[in-house]
Design a protein around this ligand. Structure first.
Ligand SMILES: *Cc1c(COP(=O)(O)O)cnc(C)c1O
Length: 389
């Protein structure tokens, strides 16, 4: 039996997988069992941001895994504290809560916002306003926050206390805010929503509105954070700061970790016992994340993101059939002139290039942040060959 047939028997059928099995990786390349090479321009959805089987991260993890794997958050461990210090330094936030992935980072952010609302604005202040087409996770609360009715419909009733407004519409945002509002939560680029970036001016206006109404601003930087857009955190090039921010995907280059960061005025709302998780910030994932942050700095990776972004973006724009390119840094979508993204992505796979159809007419690129000039040229060449379908 093939692995495809075995999967069909024993795995709950929630994933519509691409029929390819990967056995090993090296940098921007993945290999199937027959040793065919694939240029990975998705990195497990913006996760393996420094490429596969990164030596420095493997070293840090294997050293730590032999020393101490887990003790629980009843006790202190150095890697967790050191990682929090690094994240605080890089983000200008004040405190960190470690979770295990993006959804649980957002759960922490939502719980913190509710706690803050209760304390500062009264027991009826718990609502979180989010945007249409947003994506915040698959747990019940983060699904309720997610502005995609198709994903929500089959799981009603969802937790209450969430309200969606159209992205880019400040009037609708103003109308949604009231005495019940604890926070507004946004992505600076809607990744799952089709790689749709919001203007700096729109995001700055949301910041002003939040200040005016005295509510918190949460940035979900789970996909766009940790260097993906060319700055450590996506808001750092957009002229505003959130009160709470979440990161996850790329933080440990493939090991599961999430973090909710907050300014002191929000973070102080959590008391002993208000929130907890068994695995959050364990020594192994914390060491991996420290290695990631160190490598991004040591390798001048943010500069590479900006340069490769220009190269990839302008190259994609020159391919006939590509109408425009949107996104920031190395989170880009080629918007096609026809709704053939799925077919193009399938042909790209045939030519050994991994990308995905994030919308019927948009193909997402989220390559490794340390991808080389030659590899971007190779990706453009392979993607060009995927046209016409
Ligand atoms: C992926 C993603 C999440 C959910 O992260 P998981 O680790 O899959 O729970 C939340 N928000 C955004 C913006 C994401 O891209």
């Amino acid at each position: 039996m093939t692995v495809f047939e075995r999967e069909a028997k024993v795995i709950m059928q929630t994933y519509r997988r691409v029929p390819v099995e990967f056995e090993r990786g090296a940098g921007s390349w993945l290999y199937d069992p027959d040793d065919n090479a694939y240029l990975d321009c998705l990195t497990g959805l913006a996760v393996a941001s420094l490429g596969h089987a990164h030596e420095a991260i493997a070293e840090a993890v294997s050293e730590q895994i032999r020393k101490l794997v887990h003790v629980s958050n009843l006790y202190y461990t150095q890697p967790q504290i050191e990682l929090a210090e690094r994240l605080v330094d890089l983000s200008c936030m004040d405190r960190v809560f470690f979770s295990n992935d993006g959804a649980t980072a957002n759960e922490a952010a939502i719980k913190l916002a509710r706690r803050w609302g209760q304390r500062h604005r009264g027991p009826e202040c718990y609502e979180v306003v989010t945007l249409d087409e947003s994506f915040h996770g698959r747990t019940l609360a983060t699904l309720a926050a997610t502005g995609q009715p198709a994903k929500q419909a089959t799981f009603e009733p969802l937790p209450s206390g969430f309200r969606q407004v159209p992205g880019g519409d400040l009037g609708a945002m103003l109308e949604a805010l009231g005495a019940k509002t604890a926070a507004v939560m946004v992505e600076t680029i809607q990744g799952e929503g089709g790689v749709v970036p919001f203007d700096a001016s729109y995001l700055q206006s949301i910041r002003q509105i939040c200040d005016q109404y005295g509510v918190l601003l949460i940035v979900d930087d789970v996909q766009a954070g940790i260097g993906r857009t060319g700055s450590w955190f996506s808001w750092q090039q957009l002229g505003f700061e959130p009160d709470i921010a979440t990161v996850a995907k790329a933080l440990a280059n493939g090991l599961p970790i999430g973090a909710c960061l907050a300014k002191e005025r929000a973070a102080e709302a959590f008391d002993y016992g208000d929130h907890a998780t068994t695995f959050g910030g364990g020594p192994v994932v914390a060491r991996a994340a420290l290695a990631v942050l160190h490598e991004i700095e040591r390798g001048s990776i943010l500069k590479n993101v900006r340069e490769r972004s220009d190269q990839l973006g302008s190259g994609l724009g020159r391919i006939p059939g590509v109408e425009t390119v949107r996104g920031r840094g190395l989170l880009l979508a080629a918007v096609l002139d026809r709704p053939i993204a799925a077919a193009v992505a399938e042909r790209a796979l045939h030519y050994g290039l991994l990308v995905n159809a994030v919308r019927p007419n948009a193909v997402r690129f989220a390559p490794a942040l340390n991808i080389s000039t030659e590899e971007v040229d190779e990706a453009l060449d392979r993607f060009g060959r995927a046209f016409p379908v």
